[in-house]
Design a protein. Structure first.
Length: 239
């Protein structure tokens, strides 16, 4: 594997151990030991992955994650932290973290998670819908360019996060098919996050706010009560 990994952790010993093992895998690494320095490096460089501690001096990891996602929705973030409370996990994932592992951790497990996460990112466009990443699709007033990962609504660009785009791509390519929250967690997030249905709901709500004229009465992304969600079929969108 290759690329650059940024490690943001105030524990220099842990950062050094993680860095050494990543270099053994072929990665270049750089480290920052407080939130502000980490954020500056994250926004000023191109990285294949960011490993981010939650408890940091100067600026906490949640704030760093939020700021990164405002500017960069694509670089995967793995949260590495001693805090294991469910609220922290959910908050981190909803803000855009792609993976979460708690301290103390096995270096072997961390490296396995890193490799799995980067493989998932590499193949996400194909895996999410089971179809080639290229091409485009127009559904009602929504136009999707899968290769450029660009969405327009009535010819106006819609800014979507990585997961919001992946959700929309999955639904739009499979109109009428109902997906449970567990299905969506597996397909879009890559594996099962037990008990994280709220994460799916939050992303669905944010996606609706961006593509629906009236999110309270969605035209495109519909709820199947007691089951999950589905995208409207072409006949349902006809004038």
């Amino acid at each position: 594997m290759e690329g650059s990994v940024l490690i943001i952790d105030d524990d220099r010993e842990i950062a050094d151990v993680v860095s050494m093992n990543l270099r053994d895998l072929g990665f270049r690494t750089e480290s920052a030991h407080d939130g502000k320095a980490g954020l500056q490096k994250a926004l000023s460089g191109a990285h294949s992955l960011i490993i981010l501690d939650l408890m940091l001096p100067q600026m906490d990891g949640i704030s760093v994650c939020r700021r990164i996602r405002e500017r960069n929705p694509y670089t995967p973030i793995l949260m590495l932290t001693a805090r294991s409370e469910e609220v922290d996990r959910i908050l981190g994932l909803e803000l855009g973290a792609d993976e979460y592992i708690t301290k103390p951790f096995s270096v072997r497990e961390l490296m396995a998670r890193v490799k799995a996460l980067l493989r998932r990112v590499e193949t996400d466009r194909e895996a999410v819908a089971g179809k080639p990443a290229g091409g485009s699709l127009r559904v009602g007033e929504i136009a999707i360019d899968f290769e450029k990962r660009r969405v327009t609504l009535s010819d106006k660009t819609v800014e979507l996060t990585v997961k919001e785009f992946d959700l929309l791509a999955l639904f739009a390519r499979n109109p009428g098919r109902t997906y449970s929250r567990t299905d969506l967690l597996n397909l879009v997030w890559g594996y099962q996050y037990d008990g994280y249905d709220h994460t799916v709901n939050s992303h669905i709500n944010r996606l609706r706010a961006k593509i629906e004229e009236d999110p309270g009465k969605p035209r495109y992304l519909r709820t199947v009560w007691g089951v999950g969600y589905r995208f409207a079929e072409p006949a349902e969108l006809a004038p």
